[in-house]
Design a protein around this ligand. Structure first.
Ligand code: ADP
Ligand code: MG
Length: 331
């Protein structure tokens, strides 16, 4: 198990990471999700031993890694730009780490064949890296990272350079391979869709801190803050003011009317709160005037008064529409 305890890092007097703590269990894929520049790659470099934290500890199975150099950590890394060796063929790329470890030739051949089968590239052994598509190159990179049987695998925006359709199919493939190998994984991305598709657990990074942790379903249904809800595009966020409490429900007054919410936070009457308003088949109703309509595949997106909802049928501009919503207090 990998464990990070209270990691701090500063660049140019600016705090980048401000007390990062989390752990990754055997067989678990943890996804670190954060905007560009939020320090994700820096954190991976520290785990890999390419950089030192200013404060905090990194442990593996209880042992502190501070004195363990990169090549003795047994961690694998997969980057966005594949990092394959262009002058070597596919077999030699995957075999690279095994040759470095002086494994017998027969075993290397067996392992490379098994890995190429795993990533669906059997028969590609003698091909050149430059003849492969981006998706194929990334599968070679995954096979190469898995070859030495690392104790931990790290992905740094591995699908960033690929188009959407390819991304989706490759994500499913990677997910299946990771669950089969049972290696603990840290997967870093700025793309919410990618994070939700691959993660067992999501860590949401903001301003150097982890602001929300949970399974994709948990984080999606309750982002925990207005910022997180907006970042994840988890629904509409509206502002309101707490009014009175009745039978355990709090009434919140908003520009769209009054909504009763079942809220576990401690609020006093008059407190400003943010509400997450999600489209749902049943529940309360919200009403707004359509100002803009966007065509989205087999749906229409109606926008107005700062709200966005998906409609099966195209509304008319200027039309007042009512949408059934689920309303949650964010904080
Ligand atoms: P992310 O991977 O989330 O996009 P990075 O970890 O690459 O973020 O970097 C975050 C910020 O940290 C960068 O925008 C940069 O300002 C700063 N940074 C990273 N590495 C260095 C460095 N070696 N020297 C100075 N600043 C750095
Ligand atoms: Mg990065």
């Amino acid at each position: 198990m990998l464990e990070l305890r209270d990691i701090f890092k500063t660049y140019d007097n600016q705090p980048l990471l401000r007390g990062i703590s989390f752990s990754v269990s055997q067989g678990e894929t943890v996804c670190l999700l954060g905007a560009s520049g939020s320090g994700k790659s820096t954190l991976l470099r520290m785990i890999a031993g390419l950089e030192n934290p200013e404060r905090g500890r990194i442990l593996f199975n209880g042992a502190d890694l501070a004195q363990t150099p990169t090549h003795l950590r047994d961690f694998g890394l997969v980057f966005q730009d594949y990092g394959l060796f262009p002058h070597l063929n596919i077999f030699d790329n995957v075999a690279f780490g095994l040759k470095m470890r002086n494994l017998p030739t027969a075993e290397i051949s067996l392992r490379v064949a098994a890995l190429l089968e795993k990533v669906n590239l059997t028969g590609f052994e003698t091909r050149k890296v430059t003849d492969l598509s981006g998706g194929e190159q990334q599968r070679v990179a995954l096979a190469r990272a898995l070859a030495p049987r690392p104790r931990l695998l790290m992905f740094d925006e591995p699908l960033g350079a690929l188009d959407r359709t390819l991304k989706e199919s490759l994500l499913q493939e990677i997910r299946a391979i990771l669950h089969e190998t049972k290696i603990p994984v840290i997967y870093v991305t700025h793309d919410q869709d990618e994070a939700f598709a691959i993660a067992d657990r999501i860590l949401l990074l903001r301003d150097g801190e982890i602001v929300r942790v949970g399974t994709p379903a948990e984080v999606w249904s309750n982002p925990g803050s207005a910022w997180a809800a907006k970042f994840l595009d988890a629904g509409n966020v509206i502002e309101g003011k707490m009014q009175n409490e009745e039978c355990g429900m709090q009434n919140v007054v908003t520009a769209f009317g009054e909504f009763p919410v079942n809220c576990s936070h401690k609020h006093a009457a008059g407190d400003k709160v943010s509400l997450l308003v999600k489209q749902s088949g049943e529940g309360q109703e919200i009403k707004f005037k359509v100002e803009e309509i966007l065509f989205k595949r087999n749906q229409f997106e109606a926008r107005g008064a700062g709200l966005v909802f998906q409609m099966d049928k195209a509304p008319a501009l200027g039309q007042i529409i009512k949408v059934k919503v689920e309303v949650k207090c964010l904080a």
